[in-house]
Design a protein around this ligand. Structure first.
Ligand SMILES: NC(=O)c1ccc[n+]([C@@H]2O[C@H](COP(=O)([O-])OP(=O)(O)OC[C@H]3O[C@@H](n4cnc5c(N)ncnc54)[C@H](O)[C@@H]3O)[C@@H](O)[C@H]2O)c1
Ligand SMILES: [Zn+2]
Length: 346
């Protein structure tokens, strides 16, 4: 990564931003590579997890970078998953009105999704990713060997986005995932590399065609309209009295099943497609049914809030085949309710 950072920098300093988990595993190697390339590199370590994606944390990073003499031409190196790349990218986008940065992604979700597209952000207490900027990194590096140390749950979260990419855009990738599921779960480097490369290509193609999210980029929301609502409701009811929060990937997997069910019920796609999707998600250890106790009214309220949509007609990305989706804007509350119920009871 040293060479890529050096190529992006216009002065000899680099700020390596990472989280404590990743630092313990890969910081020394990264610093050595940056220094070998001739950069004076300092590591800045933030606590792991979404709770680091805040303006307060960004503020602390600005202070540290200022003290370390990071200037307009210095490069920020984001080493970690999507939390680190969103936070470090936001800091790079705003420090001195924007300085160069590169991403070295160490989670599957980061490699196939978060590091591609140039969106950076921190969270607001009332809304995830509310404060952000578009700031393209000069390079994105993904070393699949780092995935060997990734916790199982984090691998699964990335796999949900991988299945999403296959359903929206690439039937061959879907078939490859079916054929190579075992090797993928065993983190075979050759298969991982193939899968990551294909996914980066899909996401890059979609966002390049539509960098500021007007049309095509919406297809990346497949599974996320309902997935976000399920994730938010699980978060709101988690804690000592309720259940556990749900990972983003698990919520998206359930969201894809419900959204595919809407498509089946509309006659947009055959049931066999929804079944193929279900089998693959299950193979990856992802959930495929919402909790039967999920409250439809609450779910609709969250979706309407997310989408700023009026009652009665919600916008969805629905599959019409493996590898192809359609953007529709007239899904009724009744259809959503019936699909949720059908998938929960399946
Ligand atoms: N900018 C975008 O376009 C975009 C797209 C999708 C998601 N995101 C954002 O990405 C974030 C989620 O990213 P994530 O799932 O990568 O989470 P994450 O960055 O929190 O990483 C998950 C966990 O794995 C640990 N970890 C990372 N790499 C590791 C490794 N190689 N070995 C062992 N442990 C490792 C981390 O310390 C963390 O505890 C969310 O904040 C989301 O909003 C952004
Ligand atoms: Zn997602």
């Amino acid at each position: 990564m040293g060479l890529e950072a050096k190529a992006a920098a216009r002065s000899p300093k680099a700020a390596l931003i990472t989280d404590a988990h990743v630092a313990a595993l890969y910081k020394d190697k990264a610093l050595a590579s940056l220094r070998e390339a001739g950069l004076a590199a300092e590591a800045i370590i933030v606590p792991p997890g979404e709770s680091s994606k805040t303006l307060a944390q960004a503020g602390e990073l600005f202070d540290t970078m200022l003290r370390a003499g990071i200037d307009r031409g210095s490069v920020v190196v984001a080493l970690g998953g999507g939390v680190v790349s969103d936070l470090a990218g936001f800091v790079a986008a705003t420090y001195m009105r924007g300085i160069p940065w590169i991403v070295v992604s160490t989670t599957l979700l980061g490699q196939v999704d978060a590091s591609v597209g140039g969106k950076t952000a921190v969270d607001h207490p009332q809304c995830k990713n509310l404060i952000g900027a578009f700031h393209q990194p000069s390079a994105v590096l993904a070393d699949v060997d780092t995935l060997a140390t990734l916790p199982e749950e984090e691998l699964r979260t990335g796999l949900a986005e991988v299945v999403k990419h296959a359903v929206i855009r690439d039937a061959d990738l879907f078939a490859l995932l079916e054929a190579q599921a075992a090797r993928l779960l065993a983190r075979d480097a050759e298969v991982l590399e193939d899968v990551v490369t294909r996914n980066v290509r899909i996401k890059a193609e979609v966002v390049m065609a539509d960098e500021r999210e007007s049309g095509l980029r919406r297809i990346l929301n497949y599974g996320h309209t309902i997935g976000h609502a399920i994730e938010s409701l699980a978060m709101a009811s988690s804690g000592p009295a309720g259940g556990l929060p749900m990972s983003h990937g698990c919520a998206v997997a359930i969201g894809m099943m419900v959204e595919a069910e809407i498509a089946v019920r509309r006659g947009l796609v055959g049931r066999a497609v929804a079944e193929r999707q279900r089998r693959l998600l299950e193979r990856f250890g992802l959930p495929v049914r919402p909790d039967p106790a999920l409250d439809l009214k609450q779910c609709l309220a969250v979706m309407r809030h997310d989408k700023k949509a009026e009652a009665g007609h919600m916008r969805f990305v629905l599959p019409e085949a493996i590898g192809s989706v359609r953007d529709v804007n007239d899904v009724s509350d009744g259809e959503i309710g019936e699909a949720l119920q059908a998938v929960a009871g399946a």
